[in-house]
Design a protein. Sequence first.
Length: 367
Amino acid sequence: MKKILTLFAALTCMVSMYAATETVYFVNADKWSGTINAYAWSGSTTNKGWPGVAATKEADQIGGCDVYSYTAEAGTYTNVIFNNKVGDNGKQTTDLTWTAGKYYVRDNWYSKDEVEDILGKPVEVKYYVVGQFNGWTNPDPANVMTAEEGVYKKTINLPAGENPLKVTNGTWDDGSTWGVSDINGSYAEIKGGENNNIVITLTQAKSVTVKFDAEAKKISFDGLTATEATPATYVLMGVGGDWTTGIAMTVNPNNDKEYMLIGQVISAGDAVKVVTLNNGSATAWCGDVEDGSVAVEYDDMGNIVLTPGKYDFYYKVDVNKVYIGTSSSTAGDNVTVEVKAVKVMRNGQLYILRDGVMYNAVGQIAE
């Protein structure tokens, strides 16, 4: 009897040693740097806390690209994310279905033979429409756009109410998404949302065709009501906690690509940004301060924080930067479009332009 028990224990140990395993593969076709991780899970069971376990680099490349593998006991996991995350920095795939024995490349699982064939061909650029309507899945093969003579199109079905969305290249990397600031034209149903989202508001469910000019990086729509576009306006938001209306900036009479706000008082607790308004909706936010400006700090939202005082703001439209200088103004603070007197900085000196005549800070006519 003792021999039988010993034999049974040995067999059990051998079965445990040789339990079936499964392997998934990631082909680093986009040359991610750093450590490639595999975060695997099934329900509440995970292989490790985020970002997962370092994947194993295989000895052989495919098509000049490194291949990474992650192996687990068969049936343990149902999903996996490959990533090179360090904190909030880095890249990652979308939530993938665990597909044993397959290789993940860019947007799908493939066999090894298929990968070798794919990587021998030019990279196909893809664009997607993503948003609340598809749970912000990116990339989403069901919402890939179709190219027609350089313009990518996708018709989507949207429900009544607000529908935030964007065009992407399948990633959330900087410069890989396009939103309300990239719209060509103006539409009655569209307003700007947070994170540059395009918000389409509908009174009833409707099919809308999103069009993306890949060369110009501009978005347009079929199925929405085109309206006459109005010129953009620029405001300083955040003064006194005002993130709704803002303080209007006026065009510099000497440079129509520059807008200014002179002698603006900044108090303790203020955090500001220059905001672009199109048809009353915020479409761009600028907190990028130009070199040579006064010293600034930033809060957790990227807003500009200044020492309390009086400042002159110059927003440069072409480069999307704001120059901030200490104001030497003694009168006429916060000159707006409706006021005939406009303050102008030249070579670091303050001048007042009134009725076509330039005065210095003490009221004398400037040469």
